[in-house]
Design a protein around this ligand. Structure first.
Ligand code: FAD
Length: 332
């Protein structure tokens, strides 16, 4: 009994020390990364360079594009944040990373009238990752492809059959290194180690997990693979982790693929502020701020804006692409 008490108190002290010192370590590592990059930037002569492609934002989308395009092209990635911090790799700490300027854009919603009463000014925080790998460093890591019917509906409503689920399925498989519990379904998951994004069964499941699955069965639903050919049902989730560690797009598509890739330049702490358009309205260059210095780079092929649901439209609007009246009213 005494031993159990000692172990309990010791664990408690370790936990308190871990969480108590976390903000300090985040600040220290964030500052170290920033100033390391600041010094490196002094030695680089990146401004005015011409690349084949420029990718703005290296989040879930941008990291994949940077990886694929740099196979045969010279690619510049402009990312407003730095590399993920130690704590970003710990799956359970997603929420603890929200609201930290080293990794989050600190967006807030408009003040709400009827909700958000526990927040200052009734404004909800709206976490978005500001680092290489973007929001995949803060998210809950659930690997969820979505319902095939949604893709088929997009194909119907856009008139573009490439959106059909059967047409996007090969790309899901191509991106995946699947180690989950439905591995025998090769048609749906491909071979393991086929792609880079490691997906696995959760290493730790909450005690109520099985109770929820049993409850579903009791109601007459089957236990299903939520990413498989879908039926209505209940099923276990799988996660973008490797051996229990967060495996976001930084780990999957950038960190483990940089060796020997001299044609992929990742410019960290580089905030794109405006696109340069030629006379025909085609984007040919990007102005960006890095450590307080205004820089410019141009692309001979394409500029891809993958700054996320907030960053992309913002950059387009700053470049004069968007609702005319609104842009005029703020002097763009
Ligand atoms: C709390 C939370 C939990 C989530 N949980 C899940 C989940 O469990 N499963 C799931 O599938 N999805 C989840 N999501 C959603 C998922 O993470 C996002 O949909 C996805 O990461 C978006 O990818 P993105 O590339 O569009 O944008 P992001 O990943 O946000 O990347 C945008 C990148 O662009 C950079 N950027 C923006 N503007 C500029 C600029 N002007 N110049 C330079 N760089 C710029 C940003 O710093 C960022 O790195 C979650 C999201 C959040 C916030």
């Amino acid at each position: 009994m005494v031993v159990a008490k000692i172990i309990f108190v010791a664990n408690l002290i370790v936990l308190i020390a871990f969480f108590g010192t976390m903000p300090v370590f985040i600040k220290i590592q964030g500052a170290f990364n920033y100033y390391f990059d600041y010094t490196a930037a002094l030695l680089e002569n990146e401004s005015g360079q011409v690349y084949d492609f420029i990718v703005v934002g290296s989040g879930s989308a941008g990291a994949v594009l940077a990886n694929r395009l740099s196979k045969n092209n010279k690619v510049l990635v402009l990312e407003a944040g730095g590399d993920p911090l130690f704590y970003n790799y710990i799956p359970m700490l997603s929420n603890a990373m929200f609201g930290r300027p080293e990794v989050d854009w600190l967006y807030k919603t408009e003040p709400q009238k009827f909700s958000g009463k526990s927040f200052v000014n009734q404004q909800f925080p709206w976490p978005r990752g500001k680092l290489v790998g973007g929001s995949s460093n803060l998210n809950y890591q659930v690997y969820m492809r979505g319902n095939p019917n949604c893709y088929d509906n997009w194909a119907n409503s856009t008139g573009d059959p490439t959106w059909k689920y059967d047409n996007v399925l090969p790309y899901f498989k191509k991106s995946l290194d699947y180690h989950g519990q439905f591995a025998e379904n090769k048609e749906h998951y491909g071979e393991s180690a086929y792609g880079f994004l490691h997906v696995e069964k959760r290493k730790w499941v909450p005690p109520l997990h099985q109770t929820f699955l049993d409850a579903g069965k009791e109601l007459g639903y089957d236990e299903v693979d939520v990413n498989g050919p879908q039926r209505v049902g209940f099923g276990p989730i799988e996660v973008t982790q490797k051996n229990g560690e967060r495996f976001g797009t930084f780990s999957a598509f950038i960190k483990n693929n940089l060796r020997g890739k001299f044609n992929l330049v990742i410019s960290r702490y580089s905030h794109a502020t405006k696109l340069k358009l030629d006379k025909s309205g085609r984007a040919v260059g990007v102005w960006y701020d890095r450590h307080g210095v205004r820089k410019f780079a141009s692309a001979s092929k394409e500029i891809i804006v993958s700054g996320g649901a907030i960053g992309s439209p913002q950059l387009l609007m700053l470049s004069g692409i968007g609702p005319k009246k609104h842009l005029e009213s703020i002097g763009v």
